[in-house]
Design a binder for this molecule. Structure first.
Ligand code: NAD
Length: 421
């Protein structure tokens, strides 16, 4: 099933419980606007390549479209549409006044030179310049797009418009209008909601075992925050390796980070083998790691990793979705029946877009906040959102994802109706 079909199923579930107005449902079933462009780029060898780019503007009833731009060879329209819809739901779940959008380019950015990457980034803005803007649609980074790329894009937009416009894009480097705290905001926001759930379930962090899939921006920052809060990280992985602690001591996040910096991947020893002879830890496949006994499983890598095939085999109490769309709707049903609490992506990773929203507010005011101010505001939003979602899940006897959708779809529907269809 493609991600947009998954998103439609989630919408349908919420619409049924909410008894959603049928006109509003029809509007929410489809994006408001789908943009597609051919982006010509002069390559370093003098040849010309044309890349395919998308921008999907799903819904802006609650505020300007907001959502990242992904550079990845597997980008496709169904994925961009799903991600744009989830952005609308995410912004509404945490109550920030933004709608949902998403962009993407079909490209393997690792094979481009810096110059080619810059020309592609500027080309993307040229292609969509008439449809974005600080009050219209505000892109941001996503998979394989960086603060540097955001700086080039902001510069291109500013040049075309003839005025410095930092508020057109978020996730920028600090010295061109970025916000303090944006780099760790996704993990920090996830931690704030996890902390609330841990308190509700009366778990003691010191006796709580954690496995983390994915060790990029979201996963590595989460490992660091959880390590410092006293949690025991007993397993982690990246695209190359998955490692489980067999002595029960737990891994130190600093050590893993150091290895990643040195080797470019997170393997703690050099054997790289599934049959590892190391005394303290064991190598395994990513799939095997997901099925190990733990208390908290953090998903911070890919879509569709928990499916109806492996949901029944998971031995955890909590799943934290820092990745977008890691659990399929069929798996959700199984996990709920098993009593596993899933902190859904639209809530758990919403810290990223929340601090992006803070960045935009700071850009518009030309007034910048301290890191403490950023995190104090973020914590308040994440805790309030968690409690609203928790209460709805208890009231309707549904999982936390459905409860998030109930909260968000209701808010979006209200905005659509109040503005007039
Ligand atoms: P990233 O590129 O920094 O890291 C991705 C990590 O996943 C890497 O460690 C990579 O090795 C690992 N990975 C890739 N394939 C894997 C596999 N098959 N098994 C295990 N690990 C694998 O990306 P990121 O920014 O950390 O984003 C991760 C996820 O979180 C994405 O779904 C993204 O959309 C979502 N997310 C990120 C942010 C953010 O602010 N970074 C915000 C919201 C959502």
């Amino acid at each position: 099933m493609n991600p947009f079909q998954n998103a439609q199923k989630q919408l349908k579930t919420a619409a049924t419980i909410l008894n959603l107005d049928s006109d509003v449902l029809e509007i929410l079933k489809k994006p408001k606007r789908i943009l597609q462009a051919s982006i010509p780029v002069k390559m370093d060898d003098g040849s010309l390549k044309v890349f395919e780019g998308y921008r999907v503007q799903y819904n802006d009833a609650r505020g300007p479209f907001k959502g990242g731009i992904r550079f990845h060879p597997q980008v496709n329209l169904a994925e961009v549409k799903a991600l744009a819809f989830w952005m609308a739901v995410k912004c509404a779940t945490v109550g920030i006044p933004m709608g949902g959008g998403k962009g993407g380019v079909i490209v393997k950015p690792q094979v481009l030179s810096t110059g080619e990457l810059e020309r592609l980034s500027r080309g993307y803005i040229n292609a969509f310049v008439n449809f974005i803007g600080p009050k219209v649609d505000i892109p941001a980074p996503d998979v394989y797009t960086t603060p540097q790329i955001m700086a080039w894009m902001m510069d291109e937009y500013s040049k075309i418009k003839g005025k410095n416009t930092p508020g057109v894009i978020t996730g920028k480097p600090l010295n061109v209008g970025g916000s303090l705290g944006r780099d760790t905001a996704t993990a920090q926001g996830g931690f704030y909601v996890l902390d609330e759930l841990v308190k509700k379930l009366k778990l003691n962090p010191k006796n709580t075992k954690v496995i983390i899939q994915g060790f990029g921006n979201a996963g590595s920052n989460m490992a660091d925050i959880m390590f410092h809060a006293g949690y025991k990280i007993i397993g982690y992985s990246d695209s190359k390796t998955a490692i489980l602690d067999i002595k029960g001591k737990g891994f130190d996040s600093h050590t893993i980070e150091k290895i990643k910096k040195k080797k470019g991947y997170v393997d703690i020893c050099d054997c790289h083998k599934i049959k590892c002879s190391c005394k303290d830890h064991k190598h395994m496949t990513n799939e095997q790691l997901l099925q190990q006994k733990c208390d908290i499983l953090v998903l911070a890598a890919l879509e569709n990793v928990v499916t109806q095939n492996n949901a029944g085999k998971l031995k955890t109490k909590i799943i934290v979705e820092l990745a977008n769309g890691p659990t399929t709707p069929e798996a959700d049903v199984k996990l709920y029946k098993k009593g596993i609490h899933v902190l859904p992506d639209v809530l758990a990773n919403a810290g990223g877009v929340t601090v992006s929203y803070f960045e935009w507010v700071q850009n518009l005011q030309n007034n910048y906040w301290t890191k403490k101010e950023v995190f104090t505001k973020l914590q308040k939003i994440m805790i309030e959102s968690f409690n609203s979602v928790w209460e709805l899940s208890q009231k309707h006897k549904v999982d936390l994802r459905t409860a998030s959708f109930l909260l968000a779809v209701d808010r979006i529907a209200d905005a659509i109706k109040q503005r007039g269809i």
